[in-house]
Design a protein around this ligand. Structure first.
Ligand SMILES: *Cc1c(COP(=O)(O)O)cnc(C)c1O
Length: 307
């Protein structure tokens, strides 16, 4: 597992001072171009466990734009472990090359199965997955988004000793596994603020299952209508942000969080402490497919990382 062990800490970059708040950003997006950010952290110990198996393989789940699928596919290739992706939506079956993400996954050697939403919901209980498991003894299953205790263990390595000086740590939330790891490695004086990327009211419960600590909360005010939904205002903000700071944000997670942080500070509603650390959790592979979608809808695009 030299790939996963060769990297430890990301650099912190001072971003700006806004209305008395000092914002620093942790550049987890620079870890690797695809196995980046929290996906690197979440996969690290899952792949390490696989490497102790004889003839291992990994099966996991995701949508046609999934950062998790892309990262798993490339990590599998780098570490020489075969991967299988179960994709939400049978309609993708005959147009894999039209999905930037799925096309990438396939090129890394991931075997893809596009299934109906019904079968997708069944996860490891679906007939297809059961059949694949019976065909291969050491096929391990990783849940959608890759959250499990090994993922949380990896995410505990995002914060370092130097980061104890921050009052508040901000991070995007999908399944909440990343946030749980950060909460677990925080000090009791720190507050961990999550920014929900989807309208998932159950996420608080999921996080509470992964950590006993109470120094956190999740805001759902900046979902922009739901997972992978965007607006003109959000795209404008992300282009402004890139122009101002030369840091690319992704449209599904980090763009919405930074919009939220800037918005709350501007409206003088920021109340979690002035010394802020923001985790850039990566996800930049999602820019290209989003731009293709925006172009089709004749909307403004993200003018960094053009298709
Ligand atoms: C997957 C992803 C998340 C969500 O992580 P969870 O552990 O599922 O909450 C956040 N940010 C980025 C960039 C991601 O790709």
């Amino acid at each position: 597992m030299t790939f996963f062990n060769s990297f430890k800490n990301s650099k912190n970059q001072l971003l700006d001072s806004l209305d008395g708040c000092r914002i620093t950003i942790k550049r987890e997006d620079l870890i690797h171009h695809t196995v980046s950010g929290n996906k690197f952290r979440k996969l690290k110990y899952n792949f390490e466990r696989l490497s102790h198996e004889k003839d291992p393989a990994l099966l996991t789940f995701g949508g046609a734009f999934s950062n998790h699928l892309a990262a798993t596919a490339e990590a599998g290739k780098i570490n020489n472990i075969p991967t299988i992706g179960v994709v939400r939506g049978e309609e993708w079956g005959d147009k894999i090359v039209k999905s930037t993400t799925l096309d990438f996954c396939q090129k890394q050697g991931m075997q893809l199965f596009c299934v109906s939403r019904d079968d997708y919901r069944k996860k490891e209980k679906a007939a297809l997955v059961q059949k694949l498991q019976s065909q291969r003894k050491n096929l391990k299953i990783l849940s959608e988004g890759g959250t499990n205790s090994l993922a949380v263990k990896g995410c505990k390595e995002i914060l370092t000793k130097e980061d104890t000086r921050f009052d508040v740590i901000c991070c995007c939330v999908g399944t909440g596994g990343t946030l749980a790891g950060i909460i677990e490695s925080s000090t009791s004086q720190q507050f961990i603020l999550g920014f929900n990327a989807l309208n998932n009211s159950e996420v608080n419960k999921s996080i509470a299952k992964l950590t006993q600590k109470k120094n956190w909360s999740v805001l759902s005010d900046f979902t922009f209508g739901g997972y992978a939904k965007v607006s003109h205002e959000l795209i404008d903000f992300m282009n402004y942000f890139y122009q101002q700071y030369e840091i690319p944000l992704d449209p599904i997670y980090t763009g919405k969080m930074l919009f939220g942080i800037f918005d709350l500070i501007k409206r003088k509603e920021w109340c979690w402490g002035e010394n802020i650390l923001v985790i850039h959790s990566g996800g930049l592979q999602g820019i290209k497919p989003m731009n293709l979608r925006l172009q089709k809808r004749k909307m403004p695009i993200l003018n960094y990382g053009n298709p």
